[in-house]
Ligand binder design. Structure first.
Ligand code: RAM
Length: 903
């Protein structure tokens, strides 16, 4: 056959959809690519189908697991399972072995009669599952207990056979940074992260065969105080979890001949101190290169003068494999400019309020000692401003090595982090060379999943600020702020922001881990403390403690993760039971509450403009909301008795709300935006009272000349209520408002992150009270959820969550000429972009394979809808589900679609 004939046949065959290849990609185990330590007995697999065809659906899958990379030594095969599931598919084979690596593949069948080839192999490795799998013993430096210097610990060992694999498992009381033969182990920071240490301590695993040598080797670690025994909490406590830092490390080397060796912490290790003299999360780090122990983790280093360590018999049953992504380095920022302030100080501006630290390269010997101080803002006069850091010193001191040293010395902290945009440099001889300074952002390595863009630069900057609020504050735990002497896992802030967070980044594992700490630190009464991990006492508050129900539900919606609901269910229920126990006649009106934290409250409020919402009205709304979410979870988990019992309770909670807080004509006792918003969002009002409540809300907003007045609790729902009840234009006016209080006011004032207060910087450029004025506090960034869900219109259904069946319902408006969002779902890219050109609205959509979508197309009377230039009615892949006044709902399968709606 002629070559061109072959080519023509090949092209023809591939243009017929059913002959094109169906491929699988993005294989993950427990939402991670080839993870090294999993301790779930039934790990969950996910994969994504790739096909250029429309309406691509999986109809069956087959998974096979083996213990060798070539697929031999089969451990389990699922057989062909008729199912569309491609996310969170559970392993259900024989018991998995501690420390062992498993390899898996999948193939799928689709609705077009095709079967994919077997995927590439992915793998996962089990963690150390039982306490007895740890041969290591806890060790602590003998002579430095209580010493501020950061101890070094090391041992030597020999490798004499070819290596197949080498995994080191490490955790610490305090923080650790491990080194092998002079090389840093891994690229993770501030490990082992922060959990409720006494109950749950995570260890990390690293594959290090590439760092080992045949012959002598040495492994060591430096320890820092961290959250374990460093200063933490605004009462500036020390030693919250214990007095001593200590290390637990176990290196398992498997040789090609089948034998193995274990090198573990124990009495043969030695300790000393090195160049890191002090390191505190709030106060910063002091590094003195004159005291560096050069080559301390090389095998030939002479440690005979080092002290012998002490072993400790701490329990091992609180040890857990890490389930969330570790903290890694991300963006780097070169210094933007050097400022000499009115006070004569030398200040570097990095242009972005970020969380991390500054790496300094010293060429020659420009200083005896350099002091770097960190700040988020300059004051009105342009001076360096640190009052809002409260007691946190946020200072790093770098002392170069020997005088006259002409080599370049690099300084970088290990066991601290700072929230800053500006750095003040002191001690430098002569003018500062800003090219020697680089800021590095550090945060949990959550995959970036979402982006939102529009035609309005201010809205785009707001989205940027929301993302940077998340990037700064999702540092192993969701912190309220990253700069002052606080940086705690405030539950209210986290729940308020959780749905937005799940758009911007993959936060499933991040929250799954933290929710386990929520449950671990929940009190026997069911009360959930203010901060998790709990280090500040046993208070609880409506809107904060509801983290126990709200985040599991939001994780379920965003990722379809049933396990998080199953795991958290007892905690969800305990919280609802706590409220039930506090309530009298179904009314919860007792105890302390933060209320609608940081609501609009003008100074010297003669006209009574402050938007004070009754705290017990709020508590009753959250009591109902948490009960509803518990019912939702019970429904997913098939707990019929609970559905019935809590539905009855919910009815009574709402009746009590009406009795106590609503007049017969529907006025709420607090006439605030937050009160009406919560009552409507949580469905507290009978249908007959809803419209008037929305009217009152809109009237209130108009009374404030289209400004919001909501605090932490009302803000996330305000625009949703307006758009849900037909007032999208009012929601847009609030979003586009750029005078205080509003989302765009800080943007106009130059913010690069979300502020704690609507007026952190006042219009006259003076600051709000320094006692509580963070410039990186993500809570008000909760508007991001509305931008994704309503402006771009990307949403999910509780009945088929995780965007398996999505809802695309964009809402052009607000004077925007275009807007859109991309979201990497568990199935692949879901995307919705719209633009208005003359009298035509264009909608460009991408729906991932193995999913479908109900798409709301705005359809003005007499308007013509086409898809890729074909009239809608003629496109056979599209089913029209519903036609309403002003819209058409089309059911779409996977693929790319281009709608044009002419008016
Ligand atoms: C502040 C925190 C946090 C808030 C609590 C009530 O100190 O920064 O944002 O949740 O108070």
């Amino acid at each position: 056959m002629q070559r061109h004939t072959c080519l023509a046949i090949a092209l023809l065959v591939c243009s017929l959809p059913s002959f094109c290849q169906l491929t699988l990609r993005h294989l993950q185990t427990e939402n991670l690519a080839n993870p090294l330590c999993i301790d779930s007995k039934s790990p969950r697999f996910s994969w994504q189908l790739q096909s250029p065809d429309r309406n691509e659906m999986q109809t069956a899958y087959e998974i096979r697991v083996s213990s060798r990379p070539d697929g031999k030594d089969r451990v389990w095969t699922s057989g062909k399972v008729d199912s569309a599931a491609s996310v969170h598919v559970e392993y259900s084979g024989p018991e998995l072995q501690s420390g062992k690596r498993y390899f898996w593949q999948v193939r799928v069948w689709d609705n077009k009669g095709r079967v994919s080839p077997w995927s590439e192999h992915a793998w996962w490795q089990m963690g150390l599952l039982r306490p007895q799998d740890w041969k290591a013993r806890w060790i602590r430096p003998a002579d430095t207990a209580g010493d501020a210097a950061n101890p070094l610990l090391r041992t030597r060992f020999t490798v004499s056979r070819p290596i197949a694999s080498a995994t080191v498992y490490i955790t610490a009381h305090g923080l650790y940074e491990a080194t092998l033969n002079g090389q840093r182990v891994g690229d993770t920071y501030l490990t082992p992260g922060w959990t409720s240490y006494n109950k749950r301590l995570q260890y990390q695993a690293y594959e290090i065969s590439g760092l080992l040598h045949n012959g002598p080797n040495a492994i060591g670690a430096m320890l820092g105080n961290g959250w374990y025994r460093g200063v933490i909490g605004f009462t500036n406590n020390r030693n919250v979890y214990g007095h001593d830092v200590s290390l637990l490390l176990q290196l398992v080397i498997r040789y090609k001949d089948g034998r193995s060796d274990t090198i573990a912490t124990g009495p043969d290790w030695r300790s000393s101190t090195g160049e890191v003299r002090t390191a505190e999360i709030y106060n910063g780090e002091r590094i003195d290169h004159r005291l560096a122990k050069s080559g301390w983790s090389l095998p030939e280093y002479d440690d005979s003068h080092w002290a012998i360590v002490q072993t400790e018999d701490f329990p091992l049953n609180n040890l857990l494999a890490t389930i969330n992504e570790p903290i890694r380095k991300h963006e780097t920022f070169p210094a933007l400019r050097l400022i000499t302030t009115p006070k004569g100080e030398q200040v570097i501006d990095f242009g972005q309020n970020l969380v991390g630290w500054v790496v300094v390269r010293l060429k020659g010997h420009p200083a005896d000692s350099i002091l770097l101080s960190h700040a988020e803002v300059l004051d009105k006069a342009g001076n360096f401003y640190t009052d809002n850091l409260r007691a946190a010193k946020a200072e790093d001191t770098y002392i170069p090595g020997g005088q006259g040293n002409s080599d370049t010395e690099v300084f970088e902290p290990h066991f601290t982090f700072h929230g800053f945009r500006y750095v003040r440099v002191e001690g430098w001889k002569g003018p500062v060379d800003i090219s020697d300074f680089t800021a590095v952002a550090l945060y949990s390595d959550m995959p970036k999943t979402g982006s939102f863009t529009s035609s309005d630069p201010l809205i785009n900057q707001l989205q940027h600020n929301i993302q940077w609020g998340q990037q700064g504050n999702f540092l192993d735990v969701p912190t309220d702020c990253p700069q002052r002497d606080e940086r705690l896992g405030w539950t209210g802030d986290a729940q308020v922001f959780s749905r937005t967070a799940a758009f911007n980044r993959g936060v499933e594992n991040f929250f799954a881990k933290w929710l386990k700490d929520v449950a671990a630190d929940q009190l026997p009464s069911g009360a959930v403390p203010f901060v998790i991990p709990n280090i500040i006492g046993n208070g609880t508050s409506a809107g904060w403690a509801d983290v126990a129900t709200i985040i599991p539900w939001n994780v379920y919606l965003a990722y379809g993760d049933e396990r998080v609901l199953r795991d958290q269910y007892p905690s969800m229920k305990a919280w609802v039971e706590y409220m039930r126990g506090q309530a009298k006649d179904d009314l919860w009106n007792t105890g302390f509450h933060f209320g609608d934290w940081l609501f609009y409250r003008p100074f010297d409020d003669n006209d009574g403009r402050s938007a004070v919402t009754d705290k017990y009205l709020i508590a009753q709304c959250f009591y109902a909301h948490s009960t509803q979410l518990l019912i939702n979870a019970a429904d997913v988990l098939g707990k019929k008795d609970d559905i019935a019992a809590y539905s009855a309770l919910l009815g009574k909670i709402k009746t009590a709300f009406l009795r106590e807080y609503v007049t017969p004509s529907g006025r709420l006792v607090s006439g605030t935006q937050t009160a009406y918003t919560l009552a409507l969002e949580f469905d507290m009002l009978p249908e007959t009272l809803r419209n008037q409540a929305v009217d009152r809300l809109v009237k209130n907003i108009q009374d404030y000349n289209y400004h919001l007045t909501t605090g932490f609790l009302g803000t996330p729902y305000l625009c949703h209520v307006l758009s849900d009840f037909g007032y999208i234009s009012v929601a847009y006016r609030l979003l586009m408002q750029d005078t205080y209080p509003s989302w765009l006011y800080p943007v106009k004032m130059g913010a690069t992150t979300i502020w704690e207060r609507w007026d952190g910087v006042k219009p006259d450029s003076t600051f709000q009270t320094p006692g509580m004025n963070s410039f990186n506090h993500y809570a008000y960034g909760a508007i991001g959820d509305w931008m994704y869900r309503v402006i771009a219109g990307l949403d999910t259904y509780a009945a088929d969550p995780g965007y398996h069946h999505s809802r695309i319902d964009p809402h052009p408006g607000g004077g925007l000429t275009e807007a859109g969002a991309d979201l990497q779902t568990g199935y692949g890219l879901l995307s919705s972009h719209w633009r208005i050109a003359a009298d035509t609205l264009c909608m460009d959509l991408v729906i991932p394979a193995n999913t479908s979508s109900s798409v709301y197309i705005p359809a003005p009377d007499g308007g013509l809808i086409t898809e890729s230039n074909h009239p809608l009615a003629t496109v056979h892949e599209i089913t029209v589900e519903n036609v309403g006044r002003g819209f058409v709902v089309a059911r779409l399968g996977s693929g790319e679609y281009h709608f044009r709606i002419s008016r």
